[in-house]
Design a protein around this ligand. Structure first.
Ligand code: ADP
Ligand code: TRP
Length: 326
């Protein structure tokens, strides 16, 4: 079984990225041949600062390795180190109906957001992005694609495009399945909405302790007094986040105390910060080691690229032959 996923280097990684995508990806390393990549081509649809892209790409490599991606088990690489994927994007684009892309929520949302201020930023790459993503997935004969809920539609587009190509040119591609983790399909951010870089409501995985403590202590709660029982304790944002980062019995205890009354929001947030900081202690230590050894990180990405490219070139050749370009 081949497992594949990617993540864009568009900013510091946060708990939504971690629980929605990275952790499932890391756990899946045990279950098959895993390929994980940093989607730097994709980041060009929104980020236009070359230096920032270079930095973010390296930071994602550090973060992912620190969080437990094991280069001995997985193939870890930079998307752009396998340029074959851009050629496959073209082949796929010729069997991709416009209507399929026009229906993509992610495109519609980004377009709506940009429409007010800068329509020129609604570029063709933003529109064609799911085709590049389909090429990413299909070029490695991937079976399983672990992603957060927001990427499910893009994996469905990939399936449609693979089927269309297979029907047009004969059996060429493996049709992949998305894998969405139900319980953390949508990690809430500081404001209770979906945690996302674009909403400015993130809790980063790594960063300055003081800044992060302040973010967590600044979560706005309602005005009920500590003594009041809170029958809706399970809906409380700090409880929801605590369930992700605390041992199960600790989270259950805090939830019960909040429900019964007597637990103040300040104490709850303090506990949340403490558990979150502990949860990533080991990863922080590993990250510091990697920061001190950048050459090691570059070598890991290079080895990953070589392995990924060997797979990709075989599949691209198969696709070229199928459509009479050989
Ligand atoms: P952002 O919304 O911060 O820009 P991305 O769109 O780059 O994040 O998402 C990268 C990966 O992390 C995707 O697989 C996505 O599904 C997952 N992800 C992002 N935010 C969340 C969240 N709040 N909950 C669960 N998964 C998430
Ligand atoms: N589009 C994904 C995101 O923004 C990243 C990505 C690119 C991806 N190519 C992929 C994810 C292929 C899974 C498979 O999060």
């Amino acid at each position: 079984m081949r497992i594949l996923s990617g993540i864009q280097p568009s900013g510091a990684l946060h708990l939504g990225n971690y629980f929605g995508m990275m952790l499932p990806a890391i756990e899946l390393q045990q279950r098959g041949e895993a390929l994980y990549f940093i989607a730097d081509y994709h980041s060009m649809t929104s980020l236009t600062d070359a230096g920032q892209r270079r930095k973010n790409t390296f930071d994602v490599a550090l973060d992912f390795l620190a969080c437990g991606l094991d280069p001995a088990r997985s193939i870890f690489f930079k998307q752009s180190d396998v340029p074959e994927v851009t050629e496959l994007t073209w082949l796929l684009s010729t069997v991709t109906p416009m209507g399929l892309l026009e229906r993509c929520h992610s495109y519609k949302d980004k377009k709506a957001k940009l429409a007010g201020d800068d329509l020129d930023r609604v570029n063709h790459g933003l529109f064609a992005y799911p085709v590049l993503m389909a090429a990413d997935i299909l070029i490695y004969d991937s079976n399983i694609v672990p992603v957060g809920q927001d990427q499910k539609q893009h994996v469905e587009v990939t399936r449609d495009v693979a089927i269309k190509f297979n029907n047009t040119y004969g059996e060429t591609f493996v049709v992949p399945e998305p894998q969405i983790r139900g319980e953390v399909a949508k990690v809430p951010g500081l404001d209770g909405e979906k945690m996302s870089k674009s909403y400015g409501n993130t809790i980063e995985i790594f960063g300055d302790e003081k800044v992060l403590r302040k973010k967590i202590m600044g979560i706005v709660m309602d005005s009920r007094t500590p003594a009041e029982p809170k029958p809706d304790a399970d809906k409380n944002l700090a409880i929801q986040l605590l369930k992700l980062v605390a041992p199960a019995d600790v989270a259950a205890d805090y939830e019960a105390r909040l429900r019964a009354g007597g637990l103040g929001y300040g104490d709850l947030k303090k506990k949340l910060f403490e558990c979150y900081w502990d949860y990533f202690a080991e990863a922080r230590r590993r990250r510091a080691e990697l920061v001190a050894n950048p050459e090691q990180v570059r070598a890991i990405l290079q080895q990953g690229a070589d392995k990924a490219r060997a797979i990709a070139s075989v599949v691209l050749k198969r696709a070229r032959r199928a459509c009479g370009i050989d």
